[in-house]
Each structure stands twice: as C-alpha cells, then as structure tokens.
Design a protein around this ligand. Sequence first.
Ligand code: CAA
Length: 258
Amino acid sequence: MSYENIKTEIQEHVGIITLDRPEALNALCADLISELGNALDAFEANDDIGCIVLTGSEKAFAAGADIKEMEKKTFISAYMEDFITGDWEKVSNCRKPIIAAVAGFALGGGCELAMMCDFIIAADNAKFGQPEITLGTIPGAGGTQRLTRLVGKSKAMEMVLSGRMMDSEEAERSGLISRVVPLANLMEDAVKTAGLIASMSRPITYLAKDSVNQAYEVSLAAGIHYERRLFHSTFASYDQKEGMAAFIAKKRPNFKNR
Ligand code: CAA
C-alpha cells in the first residue's frame, strides 16, 4: 500500500512505520492517523512480523495533533466524530509489541502516541511534553492518564499545567522511557531490540504483553491472579516445552509459535 504521510518497511521480522510529514514536524493530521491505522492493520495481519517499531524524524517524532485541523472544531463536531478515538486507539490496541523510537519533539499527541506504544527508546535529543495548556486545551489522547501512571502525579501535573518539556535524561530518570541512546544509534538499537522480541514465541509474547498491561487496569490481587492463569496457560504450548528443553540441552530454542 502506498501512503502520503508515513513510510513503512519490513526488516526481517520487524515492521517499521516512519511518520513522514516533515513540513509540519509530523503533526498528527487525520490522514496521517488513518494511514497509521491501516499500516498497523497490515502489520498485525502479516504473520512474518513479530514486533513493530514506530518512529519519526531526527527533528520530531511528532509535534502533536494537527493544530491547524483542530482550530475550527466545535464541541459538537469533536464529540460527534469522537475525535481521537478511532485509528489513534489502534496503537494501544495493537496485539503485537510496538516500540516507539523517539528523536526530537514528542509533544502533545506525539508524546501520547509514544506512550500508547509498549515502551519508548529515546535518542539523546528527544524532548517530551504536554503543551496543550498553552493552546487553551488539555491532553486528549491519554496524556493526563498515561503520563501520570508513568512518571507520577507531581511531574505529570507540572508538565500538564505548565507545558514544560522534559529532556531524554529526565524522561529516563522518571520512568517515561526505557532507555536513552545516541541519536545516531536510535533506529539500529530499536530495530535490534524489536528483532530480539520477534525471535520469541509469538503467542507467549502476546500473553506477556497482555499480562503487563493488566497492571494498569486492575488491583494488584486481580492482576496477580490474571498473570497466574496466563502463566499456567503457557504450559499448554509447544513453545514452553521447546524453550525449557532447549535450555536444559544448552541449545537455542526453535519456537514454532504454537
Ligand atoms: N500542528 C500543526 N502544525 C504544526 C504543529 C502542530 N502540532 N507543530 C508544528 N507545526 C508546523 C508549524 O506550524 C510550522 O509550519 P509552517 O512552516 O507552515 O509555519 C512547521 O510545523 C514547523 O514548526 P515551527 O516553525 O514551529 O518549528 P520550530 O522548530 O520553531 O518549533 C515546536 C518546534 C516547538 C515543536 C513548535 O512547532 C510547536 O510548539 N509546535 C506545537 C506543539 C504543540 O502545541 N503540540 C500539541 C498539539 S495539541 C494536541 O496534541 C492535542 C492532543 O492531546 C491530542
């Protein structure tokens, strides 16, 4: 499929989506988000792909939802079209692991899009922020919820109320991102990490992702119970037998995704 606002590529078992709207610092216009949804659907349906990397340019992962498109919206139009829901949520609903590889600005909806991914690897020039307050609005793609869970109330509140940006060192210290790497190594590192994830058993990877995500939804006791049942279910798989037998035989496992 050809796209206007994104590029897609497959490297071995890794699907790469690059936001590509440089004239607007990858502002997330409706067409871009729709293309992103289509690309994710295609990667989800492709059995060769085990992990996805979402990235932008060196200057901007994404500078937010498109302010020029939003400016004229009314309450009724935003509400009736259920603005933000739809294709945006395909990212958080994606069953395959998805890594955000962030360089440059990840602001507003850009920061929210990165946080919808399973984890963020950031370049040393990355800047994260929720500057919606400076536009007379508030984060609308999960920023007040996901940022607060990731960095805690104090830092999230300061960022959401003041619009202050966080650099990648502070983002790593605060738990927003998993790792900082030099800008020149960002994609190599993210694709290598994605390749490693893609080499694991596909169904077990889905179970692991599902279980970690429960930690955000339910009480500790309910989450532990959920994890325990998923853990038990892995013993019904070929890949658990293969993985443990390979360890004991000091060999590499040959997972069959079943
Ligand atoms: N929407 C639309 N266009 C945008 C944009 C956005 N979010 N961000 C940048 N652009 C455009 C600029 O208008 C400019 O276009 P023109 O050349 O046609 O004027 C172009 O991208 C380059 O931007 P700048 O000239 O501003 O670049 P800069 O390097 O001087 O500044 C920046 C970079 C600090 C990121 C600045 O562009 C900026 O502050 N952008 C807006 C960030 C923002 O407020 N994001 C939140 C949006 S609201 C939201 O996301 C709601 C939600 O929760 C879903």
